[in-house]
Write a protein that binds this ligand. Structure first.
Ligand code: GDP
Length: 179
């Protein structure tokens, strides 16, 4: 069955270079990448796609904030407000990007104090084992503190990327069903 209503807005957050664009291209796949003119939200990279999770179709509108990192505060704040769910990316090879993810988590909490917004902490580039700077156990412990889920992925190997999107849809449905 198709879920009624508008698509889920999923926002990619994270330091530059962590793999947001790579995530967005895997997600977009063969689907149309919309022109920014088609999107009333923003002039940023956006793609919409239906995916099947647990036998049920979900529509996701994916927003890539790749230029918000270097952009103004207003742009960042807008992203903090419009998402139904967030993929909070860092690179396991870059400790600074992990610190950035914690900062973004704190900022998100400030903008979304009341509602429970699904967030997954995503440790990308897990194929680069020899360059690892952030251990799995440390990140998992942070996710507990952040009150969010955790997954390690490799966009380069296409490992666990869809699992991250499926996890987000499952959390959004849990929230929907508990309303
Ligand atoms: P963004 O700035 O967050 O959008 O990051 P990009 O998606 O542009 O990725 C930055 C660089 O890291 C690019 O050269 C990508 O090819 C590379 N990259 C992204 N994901 C992975 C990954 O999982 N493994 C490896 N080895 N490289 C990756």
């Amino acid at each position: 069955s198709v879920e009624p209503g508008s698509p889920y807005r999923v926002v990619l957050l994270g330091a530059s270079g962590v793999g947001k664009t790579a995530f967005a291209s895997i997600f977009a796949g063969a689907a149309d990448s919309m022109d920014s003119d088609d999107c009333e939200l923003c002039g940023d990279e956006v793609s919409e796609r239906e995916i099947e999770v647990d036998g049920e179709t979900a529509t996701i509108l994916l927003l890539d904030t790749w230029d918000a990192e270097k952009g103004d505060e207003w742009t960042q704040e807008r992203f903090m407000q419009i998402g139904d769910a967030y993929l909070l990316l860092y690179s396991i090879t870059d400790r600074a990007s992990f610190r950035r993810a914690s900062e973004l988590r704190i900022t998100l909490r400030r903008f979304r104090p009341a509602r429970h917004t699904p967030i997954i902490l995503v440790g990308n580039k897990c194929d680069l084992v020899r360059r690892r700077e952030v251990s799995t156990s440390e990140a998992r412990a942070s996710a507990v503190v952040f009150d969010c889920k955790f997954i390690e992925t490799s966009a380069a190997m296409q490992h666990n990327v869809w699992e991250a999107f499926h996890g987000i849809v499952r959390q959004l449905r849990l929230r929907r069903d508990s309303k």
